[in-house]
Design a protein around this ligand. Structure first.
Ligand code: SN0
Length: 316
């Protein structure tokens, strides 16, 4: 593949997941593959796991990495075309991207949605302009609509810990105090719909995700019913897609507790992190035997490494 911005960029998802599982066993097998190649990681929003796991993945392949928190340390970026730049924005994305393309062989970009204008966010303007103007392969580090490195790590985690049958995977909405992007649940739904799992989504009415991502998923509004016999429960908050960017519910009954976990088939509990304890997910669950969130975060390294390996092998 050339870019990694969604599951559609991947030739064979099963091979990519198997590769990530193999790299976890032997992370330094391809330690010279990325020699003298530079990965640039551009952040327009905060990050812990994505930033560190992707750097570690690149290091394991012998690459150099450069990280820039462009929102704080760069010039204010103009991303629209045809604007007379007489305001506070000093640099156009056209030049910024082209220059970064001179210094880097592969570029990763994190760019959250503003959650104000759905058309604008879902147009993925920044991602598309980077693909056009850098001339390098581009990796999404979570953009407005998707977080594919997270979804690959999630699928890898499910594959590692699955019972010897088709597992039931439930994505459940959770309460939050802030309006969060739909990127993680969109992406998770997209990857699950394409996998050998029974996939159920549960959320309060009004929190339907775009059906572009949820095709093939069963949607159940009663959380207790949805959780029945689940093997994996993925907990995540998101803001409304239809009533775009709005918080429609803060109902505490949607927080996953040990009592709710009882309805499942002793399910493993997943969350992409960061998680707000006792708002989204009860501490008793996070600290209990069923939580696999730390292993899930560890798998981010090998998911990123499998993606970088594939891009290095196919483009240089
Ligand atoms: C991001 C999101 O897309 O939901 C990143 C997840 C990988 N999460 C947040 O922004 C959480 C912010 C908060 O204040 O809890």
């Amino acid at each position: 593949m050339r870019n990694f911005t969604s599951i559609q960029d991947v030739d064979d998802v099963n091979i990519l997941v198997s590769e990530a599982i193999e790299l976890k066993k032997n992370p330094f097998l391809f330690e010279n593959l990325g020699k003298r190649k530079t990965l640039g990681l551009i952040f327009l929003n905060p990050s812990l796991r994505t930033r560190i796991s992707t750097q570690k993945a690149a290091n394991n392949l012998g690459m150099n990495t450069m990280v820039m928190n462009l929102d704080k340390e760069g010039w204010a970026l103009e991303t629209e075309d045809g604007v007379v730049m007489n305001g506070h924005k000093a640099e156009h994305i056209k030049e910024a991207a082209a220059v970064l393309g001179q210094y880097c062989d592969i570029i990763g970009i994190r760019s959250f949605p503003k959650l104000e204008n759905r058309e604008e966010d879902y147009s993925e303007n920044i991602l598309k302009k980077l693909i056009s103007y850098t001339g390098t392969p581009i990796i999404s580090l979570e953009t407005a609509t998707r977080h594919p490195l997270q979804s690959l790590a999630d699928l890898m985690t499910i594959k590692e810990l699955s019972p010897n049958r088709r597992p039931k995977v439930v994505l459940t909405w959770a309460p939050h105090i802030k309006a969060l992007p739909q990127a993680v649940p969109n992406s998770f739904a997209e990857w699950m719909s394409d996998s050998n799992v029974d996939f159920v989504i549960t959320h309060p009415e009004g929190y339907e995700l775009s059906d572009e991502f949820t095709k093939g998923a069963e949607i159940i509004y009663e959380q207790d019913v949805a959780l029945q016999d689940a093997d994996f429960v993925y907990v995540k908050n998101w803001s409304s897609y239809n009533n775009y960017g709005k918080i429609l519910s803060t109902d505490k009954n949607w927080m996953l507790t040990n009592k709710k976990l009882y309805y499942t088939g002793n399910a493993r509990v997943m969350h992409c992190l960061p998680v707000r304890r006792d708002v989204e997910l009860a501490s008793e669950v996070l600290d209990g035997q069923n939580s696999i969130v730390i292993n899930q975060a560890n798998n981010r390294v090998y998911a990123a490494q499998a993606v970088l390996k594939n891009i290095l092998e196919n483009n240089f």
